[in-house]
Design a protein around this ligand. Structure first.
Ligand code: SIN
Length: 275
């Protein structure tokens, strides 16, 4: 792509948050090259699993798959079953992800996308004001086996590599400056709130984000490529019968930046590690 086309595409993406390209037939190298026009590629770490999570020849490509070859899994099964945005449990979450449907089920296996701009805008002014500048603690260590019950527990080294992080619950998008809700399935505590009360609010907000009025459910066809903005959307691989249907997806992921929020009274609240 020339730079004018790339700029135009980025502007459209910033406006709509999720883009769909159909009838794509490309190699891993082309997938990587196209993703690079949007930013810096991220390599997914192997967390809590012995199986290879990335393509051997192209570690920039993360494999979501329930297919086995010679008794060995080709990728991570049941990845992303549950609403989340990629990397939200890290201080520097991922900006975007691009998922390529290679083999897609005839029944089920859809992916839901939620606009966290819309979810924020639909909150009452009182709730928006209450959340403005508040942060939530996200914990891979506490939530790993809850969100990934099919994976082995994290090793001590993996736990050290993924310390808890505090993120602003209302996030200012760094490119559009719009406000969105930034809270997901790794959140475990809200600043200044007792455990039970904070837990209830986390449940309410995550349920709110996934309401049908803020979501688009994508029904995959082989050759579909979906690019989403993790800063202002959440997504969910909707559970399907993976004992009957084969699903093989290849994902590139882009590096992001430290989330921040500019509050209505002019403060800048940033994500930081739980020290
Ligand atoms: C993911 O969370 O990136 C996987 C989404 C999907 O497989 O639909």
């Amino acid at each position: 792509m020339d730079s004018a086309t790339a700029r135009e595409l980025r502007d459209i993406w910033l406006e709509y948050s999720v883009l769909l390209f159909r009838k794509v037939d490309w190699t891993a190298a082309e997938h990587i090259a196209f993703t690079k026009t949007f930013g810096t590629l991220h390599i997914m770490p192997r967390l809590g699993t012995e199986i290879p999570v990335n393509l051997r020849q192209h570690p920039e490509i993360f494999v979501v798959s329930n297919i086995e070859k010679n008794g060995k899994p080709l990728g991570v099964k049941r990845a992303g079953w549950g609403w989340h945005s990629d990397g939200e449990d890290k201080q520097v979450p991922n900006m975007a992800s691009m998922l390529y449907g290679v083999k897609t089920p005839k029944v089920g296996g859809d992916t839901g996308f939620a606009s966290t701009y819309r979810a924020f805008e639909a909150l009452s002014p009182e709730t928006q004001a209450f959340l403005d500048g508040k942060r939530a603690r996200f914990s891979r260590v506490e939530m790993h086996l809850i969100n990934y019950p099919n994976l082995p527990p994290l090793t001590e080294e993996e736990k050290r590599d993924r310390p808890d992080v505090w993120h602003p619950i209302v996030r200012t998008h760094p490119e559009t400056q719009r406000k969105c809700l930034y809270i997901g399935r790794w959140a475990v505590e809200i600043e200044g709130m007792a455990d039970e009360e904070g837990g209830t609010l986390i449940d309410e907000l995550t349920t709110h984000i996934a309401k049908s009025e803020f979501t688009y459910i994508h029904k995959w066809q082989p050759g579909d490529v979906v690019l989403w903005d993790n800063r202002c959307t959440q997504h969910c691989a909707i559970p399907y019968d993976d004992s009957k249907e084969e699903r093989h997806m290849l994902r590139t992921t882009l590096e992001g930046d430290v989330p921040f929020h500019l509050t209505t009274d002019g403060r800048r609240v940033e994500s930081s590690l739980d020290q």
